[in-house]
Design a protein around this ligand. Structure first.
Ligand code: F3S
Length: 108
């Protein structure tokens, strides 16, 4: 599967959802995740993300491994809904892009 990692938090650019052929993205308040049961590993979303937040599971940086479980859990969580069309990023996305240790900012 592919995994959305920390750098999506407080950015949510949503360029990724426009290219997904299986509509596997799920939207939370300040991050998207990928439903691992739907993702077909096509990888087309990876270069679309301005924050470089999406990785193939096997390419995830070591400090991002917690996001495998987080994507799987949040994809099924209450309130996390399918998103298939691009929309405006969060208002201060450009300020938060590339900030380290954003996991504390994740709103579930
Ligand atoms: Fe997040 Fe990047 Fe998509 S910031 S919403 S994974 S384009």
């Amino acid at each position: 599967t592919h995994v959305v990692s920390e750098n999506c938090i407080r950015c949510k650019y949503t360029d990724c959802v426009d290219v997904c052929p299986v509509d596997c993205f799920r939207e939370g308040p300040n991050m998207l995740v990928i439903d691992p049961d739907e993702c077909i590993d096509c990888a087309v979303c990876i270069p679309e993300c301005p924050a470089n937040a999406i990785f193939a599971e096997e390419d995830l940086p070591a400090d991002q491994l917690a996001f495998i479980k987080l994507n799987a859990e949040l994809a099924l969580a209450d309130g996390w809904k399918s998103i298939t069309k691009r929309k405006a990023p969060l208002p201060d996305a450009d300020e938060w892009k590339d900030k380290p240790n954003k996991i504390a900012e994740l709103v579930k």
